[in-house]
Design a protein around this ligand. Structure first.
Ligand code: FAD
Length: 418
């Protein structure tokens, strides 16, 4: 600890010398942090907590106050399937125990349907030797739990509401200027500011972005029949429909639909939407009643070649933006957090957090997981939107073939459960 604060003060001192040499004035009141995290969404908040627990001096720049709790038991329509590996990690940070267990649903089986009767794939936690395939959690509840855990540490400098507006990097330090002109110095700036990352652009890191021209339409429904802890997914000509189980007789829908079809869904009244979803899901959970209004989110793929640059690292959607059909976006982000924390916590005693050779270790370690998810979700999305008789046969018999290969199924399950 003594060593760490010495290193930080040393970097700050150097920084002040550089500042006075370049004749810059700095707004008083900020020290030099080990890491300044830009963006307090699920990934940024988790990273702030994990790095603080690992002994780093952390600042978090967050534009908004976490959402207020849902009114009188209403369910958030932003639902996340969290992998068991990430749930364990959040448990270790003391976040999971802050969630209301009555509002968490375990997924024990997954039923996936192609666009022909042969296309069928079943995943079972029991067959894979796991207790569950995923946990379904409300986004607002998880975000609040993360921010409450951060507040309880009393050790993370949270600037809120605040927005990063400019970034300067030199050999000694990274300096952020906030939108209200305040300044903050850190050895490392981490961009967890989402798919349209400001940090990524400010650092000149290129992103290859392609639009799916689809919206993810989300809504929650009460169901006539029990879902039995099953997550359902239909690969249809008009998009990918998923019904994720919620506690009791409720499901959460994510329908990744073409922009045109999504607008039709969003314009429907409650009864028409419930009917359309019940029909599209072949009555798997019987009739439906809408309980949370539908909302749509644009879907795109972003590939970022470099996750790091001198004194810069990216994590979460700022580092990769994938189609939600595999429910893996935030899971990838939490795995970024786990790796970046391990790398920074394991650095040599005198090593600066912004050292590029250190940051490259993080980038290398994350490459395969991210590439697998980008490629896997993109290929599936394209395979099922292509209108070709030959492809239709191939994709449906491909699903049937995978279904007959327990070894491959177990591999897929274990990758998604990490
Ligand atoms: C319909 C849908 C369903 C999904 N379902 C799942 C699922 O089941 N499981 C799963 O793993 N993933 C899922 N995802 C993906 C998941 O939503 C994202 O991967 C995840 O929200 C990314 O979190 P993040 O913290 O990286 O980014 P964000 O949630 O985008 O947070 C970024 C934060 O940065 C802030 N910010 C932006 N600019 C600045 C700035 N200049 N200064 C300071 N702060 C700034 C923003 O205000 C925001 O708070 C789904 C996505 C969609 C669209």
């Amino acid at each position: 600890m003594l060593e760490k604060s010495f290193r930080c003060r040393y970097v700050c001192l150097e920084y002040q010398i550089v500042e006075s040499r370049t004749n810059k004035t700095k707004t008083a009141g900020y020290g030099c942090h080990d890491a300044a995290i830009v963006g307090g969404g699920l990934v940024g908040a988790c990273l702030a907590l994990a790095l603080q627990r690992a002994g780093l001096d952390v600042a978090l720049i967050d534009p908004q106050v976490p959402q207020i709790p849902p009114v009188a038991g209403a369910w958030d329509s932003r639902i996340y399937a969290i992998s068991p590996g990430n749930a364990d990690f959040l448990g270790g940070l003391g976040v999971w125990s802050r969630l209301d267990t009555q509002r968490i649903q375990r997924v024990e089986t997954m039923s996936i349907y192609g666009d022909a009767p042969a296309g069928r794939l079943e995943f079972s936690a029991y067959e894979a030797g796991l207790r569950e395939l995923a946990y379904i959690v409300e986004g607002s509840a998880l975000l609040q739990a993360l921010h409450a855990a951060i507040a309880d540490t009393g050790q993370v400098r949270v600037e809120r509401p605040a927005q990063a507006a400019s970034l300067e990097i030199n050999a000694h330090v990274a300096q952020l200027t906030l939108a209200d002109d305040r300044q903050m110095a850190a050895q490392l700036v981490i961009g967890t500011d989402g798919g349209d990352s400001w940090v990524r652009r400010a650092a000149g890191i290129a992103a290859r972005v392609s639009d799916y021209h689809q919206l993810g339409v989300v809504a929650n429904f009460e169901t006539e029949k029990s879902h039995g802890g099953t997550a359902f997914q239909w690969f249809r000509a008009d998009g990918v429909l998923a019904l994720l189980p919620l506690p009791g007789k409720q499901v959460s829908m994510v329908w990744s639909a073409t922009e045109e079809h999504a607008q039709l869904l969003l314009a429907m009244d409650a009864a028409a939407l419930a009917d359309a979803v019940a029909t599209a899901s072949g009555g798997a959970v019987g009739g439906l009643r809408l309980v949370t209004p539908a909302a749509g989110f644009p879907l795109r793929l972003a590939h970022i070649e470099n996750l790091v640059a001198p004194r810069i690292a990216l994590a979460g959607d700022a580092a990769h933006h994938v189609h939600p059909l595999a429910g893996q976006g935030v899971n990838l982000g939490f795995r970024d957090v786990r790796e970046l924390t391990a790398v920074l916590a394991g650095r040599a005693p005198q090593q600066d957090c912004g050292d590029l050779s250190l940051l490259r270790r993080y980038a290398r370690a994350r490459r395969e997981d991210i590439a697998t998810m980008e490629l896997g979700t993109d290929v599936l999305q394209k395979l099922f939107t292509a209108q070709s008789v030959w492809l239709s046969g191939a994709r449906n018999s491909g699903m049937a073939a995978v279904n007959r290969l327990p070894f491959l199924k177990n591999l897929l399950i274990r990758h998604a459960a990490a």
